[in-house]
Design a protein around this ligand. Structure first.
Ligand SMILES: C[S@@+](CC[C@H](N)C(=O)[O-])C[C@H]1O[C@@H](n2cnc3c(N)ncnc32)[C@H](O)[C@@H]1O
Length: 268
């Protein structure tokens, strides 16, 4: 990934919504025997990693992330000898010993050839251990189509070759995990989130703020401040049309469909 595109504070604005797929993934992990090590690749701001103690209180839990900004935020959750965070690229990650639980939540989509990486990642799982990951499956959603549309209009100002997330169909992941000799368990879920939104069109709406924490980041980071604001305003206008405002429970909200693909491989 070129430079550090991440901003932990923006990412955490929708902490509960982002956490939900992580929790739904972890709940399905069922390693056999004692769990001594848990590694969370692409751990981000570490809030999710820290929750793994509830599942495996006696394990050494390590979060790894390539973003200095995210690791700095994550270190607030560190407990020496118990929960640790390391700066590192998961593509070069080689643990000293095999791990019992290996996780990669909402990260592999940022690595274009991540299918090729799966054999080396699964090889790090101890016998009886599990590898679980979750990726978005919403790249054809209006939020992402709008982003592609504005990027096309801005082609002369948005540098080419920016990081663009992408994922595969569930069956593709299932095949890869089986090929790697793991027992696969793959599924998908579409959440419908209520995202609070300001009716004032001069203020970026909730869906824009949500996407600003992830898929919009490479563009916003690549432009100067004024251009980034103009880009976001154009994006916001499309998103406000695609995601109309509703009054629900006394709040002005947008309904954001959030499709996620989950994959678990169990090692015999
Ligand atoms: C959408 S965030 C997910 C954070 C966290 N896993 C969660 O569930 O909230 C994606 C994270 O992946 C990290 N990341 C992207 N590419 C990476 C790589 N090659 N190696 C390690 N981390 C990476 C980013 O720095 C970012 O913190």
């Amino acid at each position: 990934m070129a430079g550090d595109i991440w901003n932990a504070q923006q990412y955490l604005r929708f902490e509960n919504d982002r956490l939900r797929p992580f929790l739904d993934l972890v709940t399905q992990l069922d390693p056999d025997g004692e769990v001594r090590t848990v590694v969370d690749l692409g751990c981000g701001p570490g809030n999710a990693t820290a929750l793994l103690v509830d599942w495996w209180p006696d394990a050494r839990i390590v979060g790894v992330d390539s973003s200095p900004a995210m690791i700095e935020a994550a270190r607030q959750h560190a407990v020496p000898g118990h929960i640790e965070f390391e700066l590192g690229d998961l593509r070069d990650w080689h643990p000293d010993d095999k791990v019992d639980v290996l996780l990669a939540n909402a990260v592999l989509q940022w690595i274009p050839d991540h299918l090729d990486l799966l054999p080396s990642l699964t090889a790090q799982v101890a016998p009886g251990g599990v590898f679980g990951f979750q990726v978005p499956g919403n790249f054809e959603a209006p939020s992402h189509l709008a982003l592609a549309e504005v990027k096309r209009k801005w082609a002369d100002r948005v540098p080419p070759g920016l990081d663009r997330p992408g994922s595969h169909d569930p069956a593709v992941y299932l095949g890869k995990l089986a090929e790697a000799g793991l027992e696969p368990d793959v599924w998908e879920t579409t959440y419908t989130y209520l995202v609070p939104a300001d009716p004032d069109p001069g203020v970026p709406c909730g869906v824009t703020e949500f996407v600003r924490g992830t898929a919009l980041r490479p563009v916003v980071k690549a432009l100067n401040e004024a251009d980034a604001a103009d880009f976001v305003a154009e994006y916001d206008a499309l998103v406000r049309t695609a995601y109309p405002l509703h009054e629900i429970g006394g709040r002005t909200v947008q309904l954001l469909d959030y499709r996620r693909i989950f994959a678990i491989g169990r090692s015999a």
